[in-house]
Design a binder for this molecule. Structure first.
Ligand SMILES: NC(=O)c1ccc[n+]([C@@H]2O[C@H](COP(=O)([O-])OP(=O)(O)OC[C@H]3O[C@@H](n4cnc5c(N)ncnc54)[C@H](OP(=O)(O)O)[C@@H]3O)[C@@H](O)[C@H]2O)c1
Length: 371
């Protein structure tokens, strides 16, 4: 039985050639610069209907739609925000015509400019960025990974890369009271100091800040969540036995880490199992029933019939994170299994990294890398 509960979610290409080819093989054969140039003139695209999401709490069904904004992250960040807003609002209007009651902003459509505020003002449908549930799941994932690897969080150095961002700042606030040393990495000194002050207020024994990625050699556990359009973490930046939860899309961690650092575990952040026999009608590269946390936030709010602009802007409150986590858990959303560079993490992967980690000294300031 279907109800009228529904949502729409905006996705966008990350890699112009690869992602455009999935929908339009002929267009995908054009050179990247031409696809990028033409994307400003492409209309928003209806991607698919989503069926079969079912609440574990009350059995209610939910359906939805994927709609796509044709701009890549690099394109969205290179045009004036007003131009990017225009394209995203146009895509939101397509969702409104479909009858969407709630609109989720995927990846860079929530990063650009003021984090959805202007976009929401220009649309009738309520809008959510999905960042609150993304924060909840990133923190849960790094703690779960630490447990599997027998890394004691309370004695560890935890680093947040992109700590001045909307997602990074709240991840820092949540992990500060749980670890021995919180390392905040970012580019804006003043904002880093603000985040550090909040972290110290939680009682964290040691909070340090850095503008250098090389500081990461101190960290046992890392959440990375920048809006850089290219990788910012290379193989030589990481400590031996480190665990990295990469929430950023596009990724922050260079693919070379997978081949050059067998001692390190990189997991994809924000991966969530959706309740019900969901059919997304579109392959975005995940195993069945898996979605990004930002998508799951939109779905969970619709199942809860909270058709409201839940997460907007760059100043996210811890209370918003805790509330959406409760709502999502109630309806049956849960952390997906670990994946690393598009592959499931095996028991052998965990055992290998655990073995490296067990050989290490416990001091939080030792910095060791192999490369
Ligand atoms: N997996 C999911 O479900 C999911 C959901 C939502 C968002 N995301 C991803 O999360 C990321 C961040 O989102 P957000 O909303 O927190 O963005 P945001 O508020 O714009 O923050 C971005 C952060 O990245 C830093 N940064 C940007 N470019 C950088 C560079 N070249 N080198 C180092 N640091 C850089 C910024 O530093 P400054 O302060 O110095 O500018 C800021 O700290 C994006 O990649 C987004 O796609 C993923």
């Amino acid at each position: 039985m279907k109800t009228e509960d529904n949502f729409a979610f905006i996705i966008h290409p990350i890699d112009a050639k690869r992602d455009v080819s999935r929908k339009y093989p002929a267009l995908g054969r054009l050179p990247v610069w031409l696809i990028d140039f033409l994307s400003l003139f492409f209309p928003p695209v209806f991607i698919s209907q989503i069926k079969g999401i079912q609440s574990a709490a009350n059995g209610r069904f939910l359906h939805g739609w994927f709609v796509a904004c044709p701009l890549t992250p690099a394109r969205m960040m290179s045009v004036p925000p007003a131009v990017a807003y225009g394209k995203i609002v146009q895509t939101g209007r397509l969702a409104e015509r479909l009858g969407a009651k709630l609109l989720g902003l995927g990846a860079f459509t929530s990063v650009v400019g003021d984090g959805g505020i202007t976009i929401a003002q220009r649309l009738k449908v309520p809008v959510t960025t999905g960042d609150s549930y993304t924060i909840a799941t990133a923190v849960q994932a790094i703690i779960a990974a630490a447990q599997q690897l027998h890394i004691p969080v309370a004695q560890s150095c935890v680093a947040i890369v992109g700590a001045t961002g909307a997602i990074g700042a709240v991840c820092a606030e949540m992990l500060a009271p749980q670890c021995a040393h919180l390392l905040l990495i970012g580019r804006r000194q003043e904002k880093l100091q603000d985040v550090a002050q909040k972290a110290r207020a939680t009682g964290c024994p040691q909070v340090t800040i850095s503008n250098e990625m090389s500081a990461l050699t101190q960290a046992h556990l890392v959440i990375t969540v920048t809006s850089a359009v290219d990788a910012v973490i290379e193989a030589h930046h990481l400590r031996q036995g480190a665990v990295v939860c990469d929430v950023a899309r596009p990724r922050d961690v260079s693919r070379q880490v997978a081949t050059r650092r067998p001692d390190v575990l990189v997991i994809e952040g924000g991966m969530v199992e959706v309740p019900g026999a969901v059919d997304f009608g579109f392959n975005f590269g995940f195993p069945p029933r898996m979605a990004y946390a930002c998508m799951a936030e939109t779905m969970a709010l619709a199942l809860e019939q909270r058709y409201e602009s839940y997460t907007l802007g760059k100043d996210i409150k811890l209370s918003q994170v805790l509330t959406i986590d409760k709502i999502a858990t109630k309806h049956g959303f849960k952390l997906g299994g670990f994946r690393s560079f598009e592959k499931a993490v095996s028991e052998e992967d965990i055992a290998r990294v655990r073995a490296y980690h067990l050989r290490l000294p416990t001091s939080t300031t030792d910095s060791q890398t192999i490369c």
